[in-house]
Design a binder for this molecule. Structure first.
Ligand code: SF4
Length: 399
């Protein structure tokens, strides 16, 4: 159990895949011995403590590195393990106490698995040397706040924001002018837009799906297909998108981070773009904990929904893969995010939503489950980085 931070219990560290040299192993053990009890450090080798109020976010069972998921309970506990507080709620509360909430807006990178289980102190020492040890010590104890934070960032930001990620807390407007889909075009023009969510079939037959599509087609601009919601497998969202295109209906591809790796995400996106799918909804996804037994992996996401948005926005606007390779024909994407309208902590939710907008979300899809009918608010002005509810779209959930 952490001494200075409110994490509930001790958790084991992650062990690296390969054997490190003795010196590094010794350093890693010392780091774990000190940072473990103090900050709940789990030795993921990609330290974010300066941004997360000195509480290790890797205590989250899903490994969320950019804020809480939609599963936080009304008593602010974690829905995967209800005996503990949601670690992101703790991070937020401590940040608030320390006046550091703004730091939670920085889009933090996914894990570099090469570093997982290893120590970070040698990186810190290397960066301090680069900045000049005497200068670093002088600036850190200086009364000039700007100087202090600049020097601090020159060391710690370089460590937490590697070249292949370069996350920040700024809003990034889309790097294109012409709408990539009819859905985007209508939202941009200020039209009242109706969209629908259709649940994919449970079997390999698409007859019922086709019927559902035809029945709502005259009334909607786009149809969104859930990606195995409640962690129960159904026909893939990609296939449903293809069926919708065959029926001349614009689809929205839903991707749950739960079943996605960074490699799979990038490959899938360039593939579906070629099919004619341009609207993409990025979600963390329900944990396998709410799904049927035997349960799938409940412990860690390779990439969370904020990271998905950041990665896809950079693919679209900068034409690069996560590993830095340039692509000749970047994908065209209209990026979508989801937000629960009845969040248990609205301030915490607003922070997370703000972060998603900064990362690349163009509009939100909060879903209110009302029996068979869902209402969503399309926040078109998010395209301009502003929060204002302008359009209301009606979602009909087809069973
Ligand atoms: S899984 Fe969700 S509710 Fe649980 S600690 Fe992580 S972010 Fe909080």
């Amino acid at each position: 159990m952490s001494v200075f931070t409110p994490s509930r219990r001790w958790q084991p560290a992650f062990y690296p895949f390969k054997k490190e040299r003795f010196g590094r192993r010794f350093l890693a053990k010392t780091e774990l011995f000190l940072k473990g009890p103090l900050f709940g450090c789990r030795m993921y080798g990609n330290c974010l403590l300066q941004e997360t109020a000195f509480i290790c976010p890797m205590e989250c069972p899903k490994g969320m590195r950019n804020g809480h998921c939609g599963g936080i309970t009304p008593s602010k506990n974690c829905y995967i393990d209800e005996s503990r507080k949601c670690i992101w709620y703790c991070i937020y509360k401590w940040s608030e106490k320390m006046g550091r909430e703004e730091m939670l807006l920085e889009v933090l990178p996914p894990l570099d698995w090469e570093k997982v289980g290893t120590e970070t102190w040698s990186d810190v020492v290397r960066q301090i040397r680069k900045a000049g040890t005497t200068k670093f010590i002088k600036d850190i104890f200086s009364k000039d706040k700007l100087k202090k934070s600049k020097t601090w960032d020159s060391v710690f930001k370089t460590i937490r924001q590697p070249d292949w990620w370069q996350g920040d807390s700024d809003h990034h407007a889309p790097g294109y002018q012409r709408s990539v889909s009819e859905f985007e075009k209508r939202l941009r023009s200020g039209e009242f837009v109706i969209a629908t969510e259709v649940t994919p079939p449970l079997s390999a037959n698409t007859e019922k799906l086709s019927k559902d599509i035809e029945s709502v087609k005259p009334y909607v601009t786009a149809i969104n297909y859930t990606d195995s919601s409640y962690a129960r497998p159904r026909m893939s969202s990609i296939v449903c998108n293809k069926v919708a295109l065959d029926h001349d209906v614009e689809p929205v591809l839903q991707i749950a981070a739960r079943d996605t790796t960074r490699i799979g995400l990038q490959a899938e996106i360039i593939g579906v773009n070629e099919l004619g799918v341009f609207n993409v909804l990025c979600l963390s996804g329900d944990s396998a904990r709410v799904g049927p037994s035997p349960r799938s992996n409940m412990t860690l996401l390779d990439i969370d929904s904020v990271q998905m948005l950041w990665l896809l926005r950079r693919m679209r606007d900068e034409g690069i893969y996560l590993d830095g390779r340039k692509m000749k024909n970047p994908p065209k994407l209209f990026l979508d995010a989801a937000s629960p309208p009845f969040a248990s902590d609205p301030a915490l939710q607003a922070l997370r939503d703000h972060k998603k907008v900064n990362a690349g979300a163009h509009f939100y899809r909060p879903i209110l489950s009302l029996m068979f009918m869902d209402l969503t608010y399309g926040w078109n002005n998010l395209i301009n980085g502003r929060f204002s509810i302008k359009y209301i779209s009606l979602l009909v959930l087809l069973l």
